[in-house]
Ligand binder design. Sequence first.
Ligand code: MRU
Length: 364
Amino acid sequence: MVSESAASGATTELRTVWWDAGAVCLLDQTRLPHTQAIITCHTLADVAHAIKAMQVRGAPAIGITAAYGLALVAQQTVSDLPTMLAQLEAARTTLNAQRPTAVNLSWATARMLRVAQQCAAMQVEPLVLAARLLDEAHAIHAEDLAMCHAIGRHGAALIPERGHVLTHCNAGGLATAGYGTALAPIRTAHAAGRAVHVYVDETRPFLQGARLTAWELLQANIPLTLITDNMAGFMMQQGAIDCVIVGADRIVANGDVANKIGTYTLAVLAQAHQLPFYVAAPSSTIDVTLADGSQIPIEQRDPREVTHLAGQQIAPLGVVAAHPAFDITPHQLITAIITEQGVITPPFHPTLAAHAHAALAPVA
Ligand code: MRU
C-alpha cells in the first residue's frame, strides 16, 4: 500500500529518496512542482510501481530506490539463507524490468545481490544479511551524492564566465541523491559566485524540464529561462547559448550515450552551431559491456503520455502515437564526458573503461 502525505513547506535541500522506519520514502515527482507529497513504499510492489510510474525517476535515483527496495525485501523475508537469496533474485528481476534503459538500476541491484551472495557464502545469520543489505543501500546512496559533488567540481570549469547553459530533462538533485549530474557544474559555479544562466528545455512529453528542473533551479536561486524543446535551435542561432550540458542513462564503451528523448537533436544542433556538448554522469552510468549505442534497450512508454497533457487528451481520439522515452547520441557529437573522476575527452573508449565502476560486472 502507498500512503501519501504532503510535505510541509518548501525545502532547500532536495531529498529524493530515503529510508525511514523500515520503508522506502520518495518525493513524488509526478506531483511536482505544485505539490510536495511523500510516498511511503512498504512493499516491493510499491517500490516497483513508483519506479515504473516515474514517481521517482532519473537514472541514479531509480538505482538508489531499487537498492532500498532490495533491503526492504531482505527485511521482510528473513528466513533461511537460500530462501532469502531466491527472494532477492526474484525481486531483482522485478525491479530491473521496470525501466530498461538506465543502467544504474541494474547496476545497483547487481551490487546488492553480490553482497547478499557474499553474506550467504560466509553463512551469516539471516538478520545479519538483512542488516548488511541496508548498509549497502545507504552506501550506494551516500556514494551517489559524493559523485555528484565531484562532477560539479570537475564540470564547473567548463562553463564560461557569464555562461548560458542549455540543459534537457532533469539531471538534477531530483534525479540523484540530491545534487545532480548535469546541474552539478551549474550549482557549483553558482555557489562560487559566478554568473551562470540556464536555458531549460521543457522536455516533452513528461515535462521534466518545465516541472522539475525549473522548480529545482528556482529553489536554488539559479537564474533560468524555460523554453519549449523546439526553441533550442533558434536560441543557438541567436547566440544565446554557450554550451549544452545533459545527463545520461547509459554510456557505453565507445562513448555513445542514451539520455532523454530529444538529447540527440540537441547534440546535432550544438554541432551545427559549433557549441560544446557535455554529458555529465557518475561512473555507475557507464556500461562497458555494450560496444555501442545500438545495443542499448530503449524504453517504450505508454503513448497516452504523448496524446494527453496533465490528464487532458490533446490529440484526436484514436490517433496513433509513438513514445520512445530515450534516444542515442553518437559519441562523435560529444565534446566531453564529465564523471566524478574527471573530464574525459575523445577518444572516450580507454578512459571510460578505466572509469567504469568495478561493481558493474554482472553477478554470476
Ligand atoms: O525518464 P527519466 O525522467 O527517468 O529520464 C531522466 C533522464 O533522461 C536524465 O537525463 C538521466 O536519467 C540522468 S539523471 C542524473
